[in-house]
Ligand binder design. Structure first.
Ligand SMILES: Nc1ncnc2c1ncn2[C@@H]1O[C@H](COP(=O)(O)OP(=O)(O)OP(=O)(O)O)[C@@H](O)[C@H]1O
Ligand SMILES: [Mg+2]
Length: 443
């Protein structure tokens, strides 16, 4: 460590594992400008934690601000990373069981991690970093919690059908579903864990019990502590054993960061860019570039792909949990509500360039934009956009459903510019207002 510190005088970051056996302490000094391979070097010096090394590298590159609350969570994640690495070694030696007489059930159980805290504190960012860094190549899955549960319900439905039609022996449908999930992935990372649906609440206990028995490791982010899950929900007493199970199988850590970084980047700033009298569209594009770099970091992110059912949506730039598109990328192609919902769950902010003026001739684009804004609004996604005019002057058509629906879009776009909206958690809209877009049919 002394060798590295001498060569790279910059900052010292200490990660401490806040969880029970808080043994992990990593101290790192770094200066990325002088050392392009710093992440790997720090990983070597910091007890092999790739996650800690990448976190420090991003800090040293100026992408993220030092934050003691986050550093504690990095410590907990780095410790989990190491427990997982030890488990892999144990599994390998168990595979040679005839030599070492080890059995699968002698492999130590690994407790997962439940990270909770206020909005914009970097929970999703840290879990993404963990997911990329952890030494599990194949059997891991990162999912939005609601999408995972939708998948679980679909699988239970299919198993029940197979049982009814005699293809499977009668029994508890949750057991084969848990076994299939475990075969696909033994490390599950859930973003935005929260329970509001009674159908989810009533199967979670049995599902997680089976998953934990099989040795599945779960990492989750949430805006609420386990004790507050499904608060006020119907039959909550039946849900309480599930909370106890979480606390038994997952270390619970609160992210104590004082900063809402999303608010810091977007709060009080312009989010709807219309050229003022002295401005050209090129000026606006430059302003949009600046906003994008605040979100995605100095390198401006990279192209990405989002899978939506059988479809793959190309994302021109993605970084820092945000994505940047032109209006034509999003609404000039046949995407629908499900695709927009996938984007809304994947990114906390969308930067949309060049929303044009729309009219009856471009009503399909207008309908898609209405649907897009409904999905983004419902999921609390922040929007930064450039356009030739304010929302109310953008749709020029006067007939048909779109003219009427546009009024809702205008109202939402205005609300989405407020600090109250920007402070909303990603993934949960507060609104139960009519966001129904089923009546809108492509013509
Ligand atoms: N230490 C930091 N310095 C600068 N930016 C940061 C830092 N931590 C996180 N960010 C950025 O802040 C934004 C919000 O982070 P993130 O989406 O991870 O928050 P969150 O806690 O998951 O919020 P929510 O509860 O709404 O889901 C992201 O763009 C992320 O890259
Ligand atoms: Mg998040």
């Amino acid at each position: 460590m002394a060798r590295l510190a001498q060569r790279l005088p910059f900052a010292t970051v200490v990660f401490r594992n806040p969880c029970r056996n808080g043994r992990l302490t990593i101290s790192v000094r770094c200066n990325i400008a002088g050392c392009p391979n710093m992440a790997e070097m720090v990983a070597a010096e910091a007890g092999g934690s790739v996650l800690a090394a990448r976190y420090v590298a991003r800090m040293a590159a100026g992408d993220i601000t030092p934050d003691a609350g986050q550093a504690r969570v990095v410590g907990a994640l780095a410790s989990l990373e190491q427990r997982i690495a030890s488990r892999r070694l144990a599994r390998k030696s168990s595979a040679l069981g005839w030599l070492f007489a080890r059995r699968e059930d002698s492999i130590p159980r690994v407790r997962g991690l439940y990270i909770h805290g206020a909005v914009g504190r970097g929970k999703t960012m840290l879990v993404d970093l963990f997911y990329e860094s952890v030494a599990v190549r194949k059997r891991k899955r990162r999912a939005h919690f609601h999408e995972f549960m939708a998948d679980v319900h679909a699988r239970i439905f299919q198993v029940r059908k197979d049982m009814k039609e005699g293809r499977l022996k009668d029994g508890d449908p949750i057991a084969p579903v848990a076994a299939a999930l475990y075969e696909e992935a033994w490390l599950l990372c859930f973003d935005e864990f929260h329970v509001t649906d009674i159908a989810d609440a009533m199967i979670l206990g049995r599902l997680f019990e089976k998953l934990f028995d099989l040795g599945v490791v779960i990492v989750a982010t949430s805006n609420v502590a386990p004790d507050d899950l499904y608060k006020g929900g119907l039959n909550r007493a039946l849900f309480l054993p599930f909370i106890a199970m979480i606390e038994q199988h997952m270390e619970v850590v609160r992210i104590e960061s004082p900063t809402d970084y999303r608010m810091e980047k977007l709060g009080g700033a312009r989010t709807w860019y219309v050229p003022a009298a002295h401005e050209t569209m090129a000026d606006i594009d430059r302003e949009m570039d600046k906003v994008w770099h605040r979100i995605a970091g100095i390198d401006g992110g990279a192209p990405a792909r989002v899978t939506s059912g059988a479809r793959t949506i190309p994302v021109p730039r993605a970084g820092g949990g945000g994505a940047r598109f032109t209006f034509a990328d999003l609404c000039g192609v046949p995407l629908g509500a499900t695709d927009y919902l996938r984007l809304a769950r994947t990114y906390h902010t969308l930067v949309i360039d060049h929303i044009p003026q729309l009219d009856q001739d471009t009503r399909n684009e207008a309908k898609r934009f209405i649907t897009l804004i409904d999905e983004l609004y419902e999921k609390g996604v922040k929007v930064v956009a450039s356009a030739p005019a304010e929302p109310e002057q953008l749709y020029l058509g006067t007939e048909g459903a779109e003219a009427f629906e546009w009024a809702r879009t205008v109202s939402r776009l205005h609300e989405m510019r407020s600090d109250d909206y920007i402070a909303r958690p990603h993934g949960r809209g507060d609104s139960h207002a009519s966001g129904n877009t089923t009546g809108l049919v492509e013509t």
